[in-house]
Design a protein around this ligand. Structure first.
Ligand code: SPD
Length: 428
């Protein structure tokens, strides 16, 4: 057989895991590892997830490329592995990927590319001399172009990350991950939605906790539903006057991931005033003694999976029952632009339970949530009011003392001022 420049194998993998074929992070990592296993030098990789499912991507290697297109709905992947030189064996990559995608079987066809005796060699010495200097300076460096995308069917927010999965757990409730993003530090994601990032977490956590703390002004006993990353309890436990914080998180793995990888957020789990329960918050409130808490904070995920029940009327009726007569609730209530339906529904539901003039919506910029504009709702069982009973001087001093990055007395007041289009959304 005559010599060739390269070997190209066109591969079909059948009966793969649909979950894996829909997961661009696992696919990218497997393709890069397959290339390395075959002794190739990886130059860069770029991968894209399609809505609702499917992934395409390429790993460029010094010895050519590996490319993939997946159809999770058919448990099928089309892969091509092109290598040149005698050092790299494409079949090693084939075997690696077959295992990684959990394929029941695969088929492949090898094509020899660039049959030497059909080619005429040119003398390119002059060109290669010119490039020599730059090439020795710029040794090929692996550049991954991998993006995490939080999206619905029509909108998305993407963050580029290193491609490394710092934490990954598929729990009975959800998929929990920690990734390392280039612009926001480490990020916790649940079911492919951004929960929090090292760089902008303070905005969400200060606003969900400090606004009700300085509205109520005498919180002794607080309950946090969800909040597994620990940011909300960190904010509450800054207050020496608080006597007890009970946190009910359904998924132990969220706390584990955060303790391991987000220590600046998850730094209060050992606090003596904290009682941490791994339990369903909905059941907890259903069985909770009436009039127990001064403050209840619902720091859940989006209304999908285990957090869906945190957006229901029964749940908020239980919240109301468990609040003391002057107790206050704050719930994250999604983005008015991103999840308008839920935003309106939760507002109306709270008004039905607490009373029309007892529900106060406020907004913040959460820069890593899709659309950036995020909302919280504060509902008051008694007379606590975010303007009338707000402790301006206390909030001002506290923000300075704790060097808060977002919350202070002026932000508190301005966050409650809604743009007319948001006010109109909430009218009924
Ligand atoms: N779209 C994300 C909404 C998630 C709200 N909770 C985040 C948890 C941060 N403690």
């Amino acid at each position: 057989m005559s010599q060739t420049l390269g070997r190209h194998i066109l591969v079909e993998f059948f009966g793969c895991s649909s979950d894996i074929l829909n997961d661009e992070i696992t696919i990218e990592t497997s393709m890069v590892d397959a290339a390395k296993e075959a002794q190739a030098t990886v130059i860069n990789s770029t991968f894209h997830h399609f809505s609702p499912y499917g992934v395409s991507g390429v790993v460029v290697i010094q010895e050519s490329h590996l490319a993939i297109h997946t159809w999770p709905e058919f448990r099928y992947a089309a892969v091509d592995i092109f290598t040149c030189g005698s050092e790299v064996d494409p079949w090693v990559a084939y075997d690696y990927l077959k295992k990684a995608f959990e394929a029941s079987h695969g088929s492949a066809m090898e094509i020899n590319r660039g049959q030497i005796d059909l080619l005429e060699r040119m003398n390119l010495d002059a060109i290669s001399k010119d490039r020599e200097a730059t090439e020795t300076e710029l040794k090929p460096q692996f550049k991954r172009d991998v993006w995490f995308t939080d999206k619905d069917d029509n909108r998305a927010l993407s963050l580029r990350h290193t491609g490394e999965l710092l934490y990954h757990a598929k729990t009975p409730f959800q998929t929990v991950r920690v990734l390392n993003t280039y612009s926001y530090g480490k990020m916790l994601s649940i079911d492919n939605m951004v929960m929090t990032t090292e760089k902008d977490e303070f905005i969400y956590h200060e606003m969900i906790a400090q606004v009700p703390m300085f509205t109520h002004n005498n919180v002794k006993k607080a309950l946090v539903i969800g909040g597994g990353d620990g940011g909300t309890i960190r904010e509450l436990l800054r207050h020496h006057s608080i006597e007890q914080v009970i946190m009910v998180e359904i998924d132990e793995k969220v706390v584990e991931a955060s303790k391991l990888h987000l220590p600046s957020i998850a730094n209060s789990f050992e606090h003596p005033k904290l009682q941490l329960l791994f339990y369903d918050g909905i059941k907890y409130l259903a069985d909770c003694t009436p009039e127990t808490f001064d403050l209840i904070i619902v720091d859940g995920s989006d209304p999908e999976g285990p957090a869906e029940g945190l957006f229901s009327k029964t749940f908020y009726q239980d919240v109301y029952r468990c609040l003391k007569s002057d107790g206050v609730l704050v719930s994250q209530s999604e983005g008015p632009m991103f999840n308008q339906e839920t935003f309106i529904a939760i507002n109306h539901c709270l008004k039905d339970i607490f009373g029309e003039d007892k529900v106060h919506t406020y907004l913040s910029y959460i820069t890593t949530y899709p659309t950036g504009m995020w909302s919280f709702m504060l509902a008051s069982k008694g007379d606590k009011h975010p303007v009338d009973t707000f402790d301006t001087e206390g909030a001002k001093a506290f923000a300075l003392e704790h060097k808060l990055g977002y919350f202070n007395d002026r932000i508190h007041s301005s966050a409650l001022v809604l743009p007319p289009f948001v006010e109109q959304m909430l009218e009924r």
